[in-house]
Design a protein around this ligand. Structure first.
Ligand SMILES: Nc1ncnc2c1ncn2[C@@H]1O[C@H](COP(=O)(O)OP(=O)(O)OP(=O)(O)O)[C@@H](O)[C@H]1O
Length: 725
């Protein structure tokens, strides 16, 4: 580990006191009670000691020591894939280090009360990390809001940056900008709040040479005050000669660190690029000597450089290294810790405004979101649960007289549902075997006389009983149609008997009386059963769909990291998302209920407030579940699959489309544990029985929904927390 005294670089332009000290003096931060008087090492903007970081088995950073002096530009150079971006992410705190110590502006990143991540650091990630639906002005206003700038300050900085970075008009949409223009907007966002530390990951890629020179000139200028430090990565090695210090990185550790001229001089090289080449060759030589089998190198080759240092003397070291015991220890008091954990309204409102602006810029998508539940519930009410219509039934009537009872009975059959086709016996059965008819209704040639005898004589022969019966043969491959046919024949017979016998109808009626129902109506259909569950399912899954991709896309585009470095916490991100989606689902629920209650006339005997509250809670459960998917999964396709994969099983075993009482044990236990099973039952109880919260079946639905909400939110917060650090 490097431990040499500070080289010449340290003396040039280093301020007497650090920016951290300034801040502490101003009372912006809580003074560390356990730390000793600020040691020399604190005068470094960034200090990395013995830092390691792996992605699974791939060790990307190994035993890295790096020092960025306060008030200087540090050029971090190295070939593609050597770990520069990974190191920067560790420095800003979006990646956890597996070993070692990092201090940024005096404290470890994400230390309670420390504004790294936050206002003290300006981060330009390698990805553009910009919202495409934003204008340049929206972008800078958004970051200004998060950093707590007043609108006047933001405006002034915006004017300067537009001029300085040669940006197009402020009202230009980011998605309409060229690649280079977007990169400059991204740089502008990093420079916006005049941070004390600028971390720029390849800011000059795709930027024309004139502007590149201008950017470097600006960086040189801002560090002159000694208050701002910059760490910048670039592939253009020669442009890094303008840096005060360069770090040459390869295979996850530094080959050399020092002022560019010193590095060039030490290697008698004409350029920095040549010096870097020499260092690479030397390190390869040492590596091949030490471990011939690993020639060509994997990322994990740090030890070879450590051991070869005296031989080749390539490494210049900046600043004191310090053993782990020398490193300062920090502690924040509970108030600072509490403030660190509590969500800030400023950040939440900035994120909400962001989402609302994005919605406003996509009006078609927003309208579709509002209308989708209405379309779904309308299709469901129209297509599911109604009586089948136009069902063809063959009628074999062997009575010929028009006054026969068979004709009279057939006249009572519901013609809207059943289409009677008079046929001969042979044709009727050929037809039903060929799938042309759903049933055959048959009458014997003496049906009228036999039926009359049956009605009025207590004792008749079997022939009379058989001859006075209506024969029905059904195709039972479609249970719903078959059940409907049976019901319609029974209803027709009852109507016929009532009509013919009037007060004597009891003679042939079943001795069972179905009285007025206690709850519901005699005409209740299947649509009435499934509507409450369907409303909950639709709200739940639309909320999942709206949420599941939100973080996935933002993480992929680097926006989540960028916001995190700007000081937004995962809890704030989730709360902002929840509040915005609540607005969307509120509109969805209002439209949904208008259609269900007013257009499809589904009854509601209970409190509308309870109905709305339960549907909103299911929507929130959906948002929370979507957040879990979004937090845990990186890829859109997998996130989509997870959301869709849960949809069908949940719908089937939640008792939404078929009573839960039909589900066999032990699957029933799983069904009862799902978010929508008890909630659907509760909604049916409210709407059809008019029950209130005093009934167990109602409050249980609310309690289960609340339990799932809390569980999903906690899970999403934990996953996000684990993944963002
Ligand atoms: N999320 C990740 N999961 C697994 N491996 C990763 C991940 N991110 C980076 N790597 C690997 O880590 C190594 C270092 O990547 P990194 O992006 O830090 O390199 P870099 O020096 O910034 O490269 P470049 O200059 O091309 O941006 C690479 O081999 C890369 O494949």
């Amino acid at each position: 580990m490097a431990a040499e005294p500070v080289g010449p670089v340290m003396t040039t332009g280093a301020p007497e006191s650090t920016e951290m000290e300034d801040l502490l003096n101003k009372g912006n931060m809580t003074v560390d009670l356990e730390a000793p008087a600020v040691p020399a090492v604190e005068r470094m903007a960034i200090r990395c000691r013995d830092v390691c970081r792996s992605y699974g088995k791939l060790k990307v950073i190994s035993n890295m020591d790096l020092t960025v002096p306060q008030g200087q530009i540090y050029g971090l150079l190295g070939p593609s894939g050597c770990g520069k971006t990974t190191l920067l992410k560790c420095i800003v705190g979006t990646l956890k280090i597996s070993q070692g110590y990092i201090s940024v502006l005096g404290k470890p990143p994400a230390f309670p009360g420390h504004e790294v991540p936050g206002r003290m650091v300006g981060y330009m990630p390698q990805d553009l990390a910009l919202y495409n639906e934003f204008t340049i002005s929206d972008t800078l206003t958004f970051f200004g809001h998060i950093h707590g700038l007043t609108s006047k300050e933001t405006q002034a900085r915006m004017d300067f940056l537009v001029e300085f970075l040669d940006l197009p008009q402020k009202c230009s949409l980011v998605r309409n900008l060229s690649g280079g223009q977007r990169r400059r907007v991204s740089l502008g966002a990093a420079l916006l709040q005049n941070p004390q530390l600028l971390i720029l990951d390849e800011p000059t890629v795709g930027v024309d040479p004139v502007l590149r020179a201008k950017i470097w000139q600006h960086l040189v200028e801002i560090v002159k005050t000694g208050k701002v430090s910059v760490i910048i990565t670039t592939h253009y090695i020669e442009e890094a000669r303008q840096a005060n210090v360069v770090g040459l990185m390869r295979y996850g550790h530094l080959l050399a660190e020092g002022p560019p001229e010193e590095v060039i001089k030490q290697h008698n090289a004409p350029t920095l690029e040549h010096a870097f080449l020499q260092l690479c060759e030397t390190s390869d030589l040492i590596e091949s000597k030490r471990c011939p089998s690993q020639q060509g190198g994997v990322l994990d080759s740090s030890q070879s450089f450590e051991s070869g240092r005296e031989e080749s003397q390539p490494i210049l070291s900046l600043g004191p290294g310090g053993s782990p015991e020398d490193l300062p220890k920090y502690a924040a008091d509970w108030k600072v810790q509490a403030r660190h954990v509590l969500p800030k309204w400023r950040n939440i409102s900035a994120l909400m405004i962001k989402t609302l602006i994005r919605m406003k810029r996509m009006p078609g998508s927003l309208c579709f979101q509002f209308l989708l539940p209405v379309i779904q519930i309308s299709l469901m009410c129209l297509c599911i649960g109604g009586d089948p219509k136009g069902i063809q039934v063959a009628v074999v009537n062997n009575e010929t007289s028009t006054s026969a009872y068979s004709q009279s009975l057939l006249a009572f059959l519901d013609n809207s549902s059943i289409e009677q086709v008079p046929l001969s016996h042979a044709d009727a059965f050929t037809g039903i075997y060929n799938g042309e008819y759903w049933g055959v209704i048959g009458f014997g040639k003496n049906f009228t006389s036999y039926l009359t005898m049956r009605m009025f004589n207590p004792h008749v022969s079997k022939d009379v009983v058989d001859g006075g019966s209506v024969y029905v043969w059904l195709d039972l491959t479609n249970q719903q149609i078959a059940l409907m046919l049976q019901k319609k024949v029974h209803q027709a017979f009852q109507a016929f008997v009532d009509n013919k016998l009037r007060s004597m109808a009891y003679l042939v009626a079943l001795p069972i009386k179905i009285e007025e129902p206690i709850y519901g109506s005699l005409n209740t259909d299947f649509t009435t059963f499934i509507t409450p569950g369907a409303m909950l399912s639709i709200t739940f899954y639309l909320a999942v769909g709206l949420t599941a991709l939100s973080f996935v896309l933002e993480r992929k585009e680097g926006l989540l990291d960028r916001c995190w470095v700007a000081g937004v916490s995962s809890l704030e991100t989730m709360l902002a998302h929840l509040l915005c989606q609540l607005f969307v689902i509120s509109v969805q629920i209002i439209l949904l209920l208008l259609f269900v209650l007013l257009v499809f006339k589904i009854p509601n005997e209970g409190s509308l407030v309870l109905v709305v509250a339960l549907i909103v809670m299911q929507g929130v459960t959906g948002i929370a579940f979507g957040l879990v998917i979004s937090a845990a999964i990186d890829d859109e396709q997998n996130a989509n699959q997870a959301a869709l994969g849960c949809f069908y099983p949940n719908l089937v075993i939640s008792g939404v489309i078929w009573p839960v009482e039909c589900i066999p044990y032990p699957l029933r236990y799983l069904s009862l544990a799902l978010p929508q099973t008890y909630a659907s039952e509760a909604l049916r109880c409210i709407m059809y029985r008019g029950w209130g919260l005093g009934r167990m079946m109602v409050w249980r639905g609310f309690a289960v929904s609340l339990g799932w909400n809390t569980f999903f939110f906690l899970l999403a917060t934990i996953i996000l927390k684990l993944r963002t650090r």
